[in-house]
Ligand binder design. Structure first.
Ligand code: NAD
Length: 480
C-alpha cells in the first residue's frame, strides 16, 4: 500500500518510529494509503533542518523568495487534475469542488503571498529635526503551521505561503485525516528547487506531532487552524513560552434573511453556504434566521433545492454532495441530528445516513439535513456541528435577530440578505463576527483580514495581516 513520507531537509523520509497510520477514503470507508506516525523525534530533525536553512533563506531577497513561491504555484496549476483527484479521494469532497475551489485557491495563496512580499514595506517616523525612527520587520526563524482536514491544501498553503514569503523556515503539519495533497505539494517543492530545510512537512497525529511543534522551544511562532478545544490546548502550552499565536477556530455562523431581500438569490446562495463541502467549511451559515413574513416562502424554495442535492460518488463529475470526512465525524453529525430531535426539532429534509451502491456502499454519506422548530439558544443552535445540517428559525424584528445571531460563543462569519443598504450596514456593525457578507457568501479578497471574534480565534490571517504576523517589528531610533 502507498506510504506517504515526511519531507524533512528536502528529502523524503519514513518516520523514525517506522510505524504508520491508516488513511481512509471516506467515500468507500476503506484504507487506501498509510501516513507516517511521526513524533517529537521527527519534529526535532525538522527543527535542525529549518535552523540550518534559516540564515540563507531569510537573507534571500524578497523578490527571489517570492518567485520561488510563484514557481510552486505554477506547478500546482500544472498538476491541477492530479491534486483535485487526490483531494477528493482523501477528503470525500466532490471532485468538481476540489478542481474549482480547493486547488486553484492553493495556487492563488502561493502566488498572492509570493507577489505581496515584493510590495511589503515597513515604516519610518521622523521626529522633527531630532531623530528618525525606522522599523524593520524580520522573520522569526522557524514557524509552526498546523492545519485541519476540511480544506486540506487550501488551508495548508494559506499558512505556509505568508510564513515562507516573510523569510521564515516552516515546520508544517497537515491533518492526519487528509494528508495526501500536502505530501504531493512536498514533491512539487522538491521539483521547484525549494532549498532543503526551508519547508518541512511532518505527518502524524495532533497529540504527537502537533504537540511536539507547540512544545518545541525553537519554534517561537505558531499558526493554527482547527477546533476551538485544540486551540485552547495549544494556547495553554504556548503561553508560558510567550510564543506568538494565530488561532483560527470554530464557528456557528448566522445567515440572516430579511423580508426585503432578493429571495431567489438568497435561496440559491444559502444552499451553497449551508451544504458546500458537506457543510464542513468553518464559514458555512448553519443557523438560518428568516423574517417571519417570508418564512414559509423561503422554506418552500429552499427545500425544493435541497431535494436536488443527492449524495454521490465524489469522483463523479455530477456529484454536488460527497461524503463526510470520517466515520467518527459522521457519527458526531448524526448524534447532533438526534439531539435536535430530542430538543423538539422537526426534520424537514434529510436526517439520515445514506447508503450508496457498489464500492460507495461502505462510505460515510449523510443527507443534507434541514431542521426547524428549535429554540435559538438550544445546543443544536449554539454548538458547532460542522456537517450538512442547518436549522431554520423565524424572527420578527432586527433587535431579535441580532440577539439570536450573537448568542453563541463563536464569532467567525455572518451573512445578511437585504436590499436595504442602511439596514445592511447597521446590522453588520452589530454582529460580533470577524467576517460579514452582505448579499453574498464566501466572496474572498485575499487582501482582507480573515479571522474570528470571541471563541472563533485570535488574530487575523490574509494580506498584510499575515505578513505582519509572520514578522517581528524592530524599531531603530537614530538621533540626528
Ligand atoms: P482539530 O482541532 O481536531 O485539528 C486541527 C489540526 O490540529 C490537525 O492537524 C490536528 O492533528 C492538530 N492537533 C490536534 N490536537 C493537537 C494538539 N494537542 N496540539 C497541536 N495540534 C493538534 O480540527 P479539525 O477537526 O481538523 O478541523 C475542524 C475544525 O476546524 C472545526 O472546528 C472548524 O470550524 C475549524 N476550522 C476553522 C477555520 C477558520 O478559519 N477559523 C477554518 C477551517 C476549519
Amino acid at each position: 500500500m502507498f506510504r506517504i513520507q515526511n519531507y524533512i531537509n528536502g528529502e523524503f523520509r519514513a518516520p523514525l518510529s517506522e510505524t504508520y497510520i491508516d488513511n481512509y477514503n471516506p467515500a468507500t470507508g476503506q484504507v487506501y494509503s498509510l501516513i507516517p506516525d511521526s513524533d517529537a523525534a521527527d519534529v526535532e530533525l525538522a527543527v535542525l533542518a529549518a535552523k540550518a536553512a534559516f540564515p540563507a533563506w531569510s537573507n534571500t531577497s524578497a523578490e527571489k523568495r517570492g518567485k520561488m513561491l510563484v514557481k510552486i504555484a505554477n506547478l500546482i496549476d500544472q498538476n491541477l487534475e492530479k491534486l483535485a483527484k487526490a483531494e477528493s479521494i482523501d477528503n470525500g469532497k466532490p471532485i468538481s469542488l476540489a478542481r474549482t475551489v480547493d486547488i486553484p485557491r492553493a495556487s492563488s495563496n502561493l502566488e498572492f503571498f509570493g507577489t505581496a512580499i515584493q510590495h511589503f514595506s515597513s515604516e519610518s517616523h521622523y521626529m522633527e529635526g531630532t531623530a528618525i525612527n525606522y522599523t524593520l520587520r524580520r522573520p522569526y526563524g522557524i514557524a509552526g503551521c498546523i492545519s485541519p482536514w476540511n480544506l486540506p491544501l487550501y488551508l495548508f498553503t494559506w499558512k505556509i505561503a505568508p510564513a515562507l514569503a516573510a523569510g521564515n523556515c516552516v515546520i508544517a503539519k497537515p491533518s492526519e485525516i487528509t494528508p495526501m495533497t500536502a505530501y504531493l505539494l512536498s514533491e512539487l517543492c522538491q521539483e521547484a528547487g525549494l532549498p532543503a530545510g526551508v519547508l518541512n512537512i511532518v505527518h502524524g497525529y495532533g497529540h504527537k506531532v502537533g504537540a511536539a511543534i507547540t512544545e518545541n522551544p525553537n519554534i517561537p511562532i505558531i499558526s493554527f487552524t482547527g477546533g476551538t478545544k485544540t486551540g485552547e490546548t495549544i494556547a495553554r502550552v504556548a503561553a508560558p513560552m510567550f510564543k506568538k499565536l494565530s488561532l483560527e477556530l470554530g464557528g456557528k455562523n448566522p445567515n440572516i434573511i430579511f423580508a426585503d431581500c432578493d429571495l431567489e438569490k438568497a435561496i440559491a446562495t444559502s444552499i451553497n453556504s449551508s451544504f458546500a463541502n458537506q457543510g464542513q467549511i468553518c464559514l458555512c451559515g448553519s443557523r438560518i434566521f428568516i423574517e417571519r413574513s417570508i418564512y414559509e416562502q423561503f422554506k418552500e424554495g429552499f427545500l425544493a433545492k435541497v431535494q436536488d442535492l443527492k449524495n454521490g460518488n465524489p469522483l463523479d463529475e455530477k456529484t454536488k454532495q460527497g461524503a463526510v470526512v470520517s466515520q467518527a465525524h459522521m457519527e458526531k453529525v448524526l448524534s447532533y441530528i438526534q439531539l435536535a430531535k430530542e430538543e423538539g426539532g422537526r426534520i424537514l429534509a434529510g436526517g439520515q445516513q445514506v447508503k450508496l451502491d457498489g464500492e460507495n456502499a461502505t462510505g460515510w454519506f449523510i443527507q443534507p439535513t434541514v431542521i426547524e422548530g428549535l429554540a435559538y439558544n438550544c445546543r443544536t443552535n449554539t454548538e458547532e456541528i460542522f456537517g450538512p445540517v442547518v436549522t431554520l428559525t423565524p424572527f420578527d424584528t432586527e433587535e431579535e435577530v441580532l440577539e439570536y445571531a450573537n448568542c453563541t460563543d463563536y464569532g467567525l462569519a455572518a451573512t445578511i440578505w437585504t436590499e436595504n443598504l442602511t439596514r445592511a450596514h447597521r446590522v453588520a456593525h452589530q454582529i460580533k463576527s470577524g467576517i460579514i457578507w452582505v448579499n453574498c457568501w464566501l466572496l474572498r479578497d485575499l487582501r482582507t483580514p480573515f479571522g474570528g471574534m470571541k471563541q472563533s480565534g485570535v488574530g487575523r490571517e490574509g494580506g498584510l495581516e499575515a505578513l505582519r504576523f509572520f514578522t517581528e517589528p524592530q524599531n531603530v531610533c537614530v538621533k540626528l
